[in-house]
Design a protein around this ligand. Structure first.
Ligand SMILES: [Zn+2]
Length: 364
């Protein structure tokens, strides 16, 4: 079991292609072909986490936050980032981050938070646009079923809770093979007319290369006529934040106390409740103030996130209650969820949740 296979499984959980442009998720330090001896999972990658990995004989540190975020121009140990990277390299520890790609998938950071709060009817708060493609491919009638099947198997045609979605229309394909062609149907120099089917499928960005690969492997033609077109549709399953409903409404302060207990918050900074009973809750793990307008638009009673600044609290106006529960606190359960996923999938090495509390903030 190599590091790259572990990374490939993470890509299956939360495709790296959905990370934000400023992010740096993936294998950051290490050797893709190294054998995995053990994994430590934490929210942040620090020297103390590398020490923990060494102690347990683990050679992979998987964290939500990437230790290398901005470019590193030198690695001399001048700050904690450089020292962590140096220590990892010296000890053959591989550093992997699964950051905004895990924020942006439906079953990711915000789904975990929503689960802890018992929210139902979950939807992404701000779905991303332009993360899918339309593939139209022209295939002889005789091969249409086979093609549809192999496209679906490669991940094409997913629409929400539906799979194997496609549209087919009948028509005629015309072509004249050249002297140096090796046609599946027809002869060189003769115009051929073939009954063909146009198969159309939606393909999510992360599945494009495997779907094209499957199409080429299944289609009988030497030259395949197909269109791959980028869509501007928003994707309800990829994006930021999450909105859902409590099963039963709760008194606003009772709800905040429940949140404080659930996330072990040293403090919660909040604006005045706008309703005495709250039911509709928006969440965003980490720094979520950029989603305030989306939370208001989605008619949330409370917006739970971290890293709100003083002036940003005013923007709640009379629309909703902002509850800043802390960056670390909001994302802390991501690590144990990752441990559970890896343990389910891999049995040939140990996966441990860190014992180190990496939160740099104390509350007095
Ligand atoms: Zn974060």
């Amino acid at each position: 079991m190599q590091v790259k296979e572990l990374v490939s499984y993470l890509n299956h959980l939360a495709p790296f292609t959905y990370q934000e442009s400023y992010d740096n998720s993936g294998l950051l330090v290490g050797d893709p072909s190294a054998e995995v001896k053990g994994v430590i999972v934490a929210l942040d990658c620090l020297e103390s986490i590398i020490d923990e990995a060494i102690l347990h004989g683990a050679n992979v540190v998987l964290t939500h936050h990437p230790i290398v975020f901005k470019g590193l121009k030198r690695i001399t140990g001048a700050n904690y980032v450089e020292r962590t990277v140096l220590k990892a390299i010296k000890n053959d520890i591989n550093l992997v981050a699964i950051h905004t790609n895990l924020d942006n998938v439906h079953f990711g950071v915000n789904h975990i938070i929503s689960g802890k709060l018992g929210l139902k009817d979950l939807k992404i708060l701000s779905p991303k646009a332009a993360t899918s493609y339309k593939l139209s491919v022209f295939v002889p009638q005789t091969h249409a079923d086979l093609l549809r099947e192999s496209l679906a198997k490669a991940g094409a045609g997913h629409l929400g809770a539906y799979s194997s979605c496609s549209f087919s229309s009948k028509g005629e394909g015309r072509f004249k093979p050249d002297e140096d062609a090796d046609p599946f149907i027809g002869r060189a120099g003769e115009l051929e007319v073939v009954k063909e089917i146009k198969v159309e499928v939606v393909v999510a960005e992360h599945a494009v290369s495997s779907v094209l690969h499957a199409m080429k492997a299944t289609h009988p033609y030497e030259e395949i006529a197909y269109d791959l077109i980028a869509l501007t549709n928003s994707n309800e399953y990829i994006g930021s934040g999450m909105i859902g409903n409590l099963e039963d409404g709760m008194e606003a302060m009772e709800f905040l106390n429940f949140v404080k207990r659930t996330f072990h918050c040293g403090t919660i900074r909040y604006t005045n409740p706008t309703k005495s009973t709250v039911k509709r809750i928006a969440v965003c793990g980490g720094a979520g103030s950029f989603l305030l307008k989306d939370a208001i638009r989605a008619k949330a009673d409370v917006f739970i996130t971290g890293d709100f600044k003083y002036h940003e609290f005013f923007d709640a106006e009379d629309h909703l209650m902002i509850a800043d529960i802390g960056h670390f606190e909001s994302e802390q359960y991501t690590s144990e969820w990752l441990v559970a996923q890896l343990k389910k999938k891999f049995t040939n090495f140990a996966v441990r949740l860190t014992n180190v509390n990496t939160n740099p903030i104390n509350y007095l």
